[in-house]
Design a protein around this ligand. Structure first.
Ligand SMILES: Cc1cc2nc3c(=O)[nH]c(=O)nc-3n(C[C@H](O)[C@H](O)[C@H](O)COP(=O)(O)OP(=O)(O)OC[C@H]3O[C@@H](n4cnc5c(N)ncnc54)[C@H](O)[C@@H]3O)c2cc1C
Length: 361
């Protein structure tokens, strides 16, 4: 556990150590007494996950212990279980008092608590891919499509099948991007089955999976890429239970303050800001709230607060090491140009740099 914080400053508790939580803790650690509570001991750069499955050594730069970039904050490895007017409670029975609270629990379900264990998982995934002649990917959202792209490019001899229950791939972007992605995958010999799901309990010893439409798919192994739920269930019996909307998002105002709570903010994917949920926006939220908290701590008037406006659609899904599909506000592009922006290093160097770390190691 790293401990530190500025003397006589406000006590800021950040819950969630993903892209948003890590960014705000880094920005505030010398201006406030910061405690960051995360279910795992490290930040994982989520959009690098699929590359790490085909190249496990890539994961080393993408799993960053919180203590590496937070010399002046207190790092707590535990899951938050509730929040009162004055404290955050954790599953292991600890309580953390706050003057200001920032909720950044994004998406999540079960996690691997230590960095070493996560690295081993990537090794296992790689061995599984290597040992399989045929692979089934369940889910055609960004995770499923990026994994299919990585395998199709690095292991072109493998038979890859995606089964997706929606009527088009990557539904979070426009139809043009979905169509171009489908064409790219088909060109790279990935079979795509839309409008069906897979009952994973149907798996027989012979590796035959049955889809909801009754189709039989033979595969040596599968990856479940169905997307993680919004991680707000821990708030259901807390003072914030009425601030969670039907989709599980926390309702915030333009200053990213949770509605009805003057000293509680939310940032990143957990918020109800009507924009595509993206890490670069989570970082923008962190910057807005860091400014607002610095003002609050100094006692500055609220009319000086920074605001966040929903961003127009902008997202890039990588397709292997050199190509990608991009949804820009003005156009949809596929191929090497989006690939140049994202697919080589997957913004890993840039993210490390934003945390004050060496981008290359
Ligand atoms: C395949 C894929 C590709 C993507 N590509 C891009 C891209 O190219 N560019 C981009 O900008 N964005 C991309 N994104 C989106 C981006 O990953 C998310 O928008 C971003 O991770 C959101 O950050 P966050 O901090 O809000 O949430 P998360 O990254 O989900 O982090 C949440 C953190 O909270 C922790 N947590 C959850 N519950 C609790 C609890 N009860 N107590 C304590 N800790 C808790 C979790 O362990 C985690 O550390 C991609 C996403 C996917 C899936």
């Amino acid at each position: 556990m790293a401990t530190g914080g500025a003397e006589n400053a406000g006590r800021v508790v950040v819950v969630g150590g993903g892209i948003a939580g890590s960014a705000i803790a880094k920005r505030l650690q010398t201006d406030a007494d910061v405690v960051i509570i995360d279910s795992k001991e490290y930040l994982e750069i989520p959009w690098a996950e699929m590359r790490s499955k085909v190249e496990p050594s890539f994961a080393q730069r993408t799993l960053i212990k919180h203590t590496e970039y937070l010399a002046n904050a207190t790092v707590v490895t535990s899951a938050a279980s509730s929040v009162t007017e004055h404290e955050v409670l954790t599953k292991d029975g600890q309580t953390f008092p706050y003057d200001y609270l920032v909720i950044a629990t994004g998406h999540g379900d079960s996690v691997t608590v230590n960095q070493k264990g996560r690295l081993q998982q990537f090794e296992q995934d790689y061995e599984k891919i290597k040992a399989s002649d045929s692979i089934l990917i369940v889910g055609g959202g960004p995770s499923g499509v990026e994994l299919a792209g990585e395998i199709a490019v690095d292991f072109p001899e493998k038979k890859v099948t995606i089964v997706h229950k929606g009527s088009r791939l990557i539904e979070f972007v426009g139809t043009k991007a979905s169509r171009k992605t489908l064409d790219w995958l088909v060109k790279h010999k990935v079979e795509v089955i839309l409008g069906q799901s897979v009952d994973l309990d149907s798996l027989s010893e012979s590796g035959v999976y049955t889809t909801s439409g009754g189709e039989k798919i033979t595969a040596d192994g599968h990856f479940l890429c169905v997307g993680k739920p919004i991680a707000s269930s821990w708030l259901q019996d807390s003072i914030l239970k009425d601030c969670v909307d039907k989709k599980g998002h926390l309702m915030v105002d333009e200053n990213l303050r949770v509605k009805g709570h003057k000293n509680i903010f939310a940032i990143g994917d957990i918020t109800d800001v009507p924009e595509i949920k993206q890490g670069f926006l989570a970082q923008k939220h962190a910057s807005v709230v860091a400014k607002n908290l610095k003002l609050l701590i100094k006692g500055a008037p609220e009319n000086k607060f920074a605001t966040h406006k929903a961003s127009p659609p902008l997202a890039i899904v990588s397709l292997g090491r050199k190509e990608g599909v991009a949804q820009f506000p003005f156009a949809t592009l596929i191929g090497c140009f989006p690939g140049l922006i994202k697919s080589k290093d997957l913004f890993v160097g840039k993210t490390r740099k934003s945390l004050g770390l060496d981008s290359a190691s």
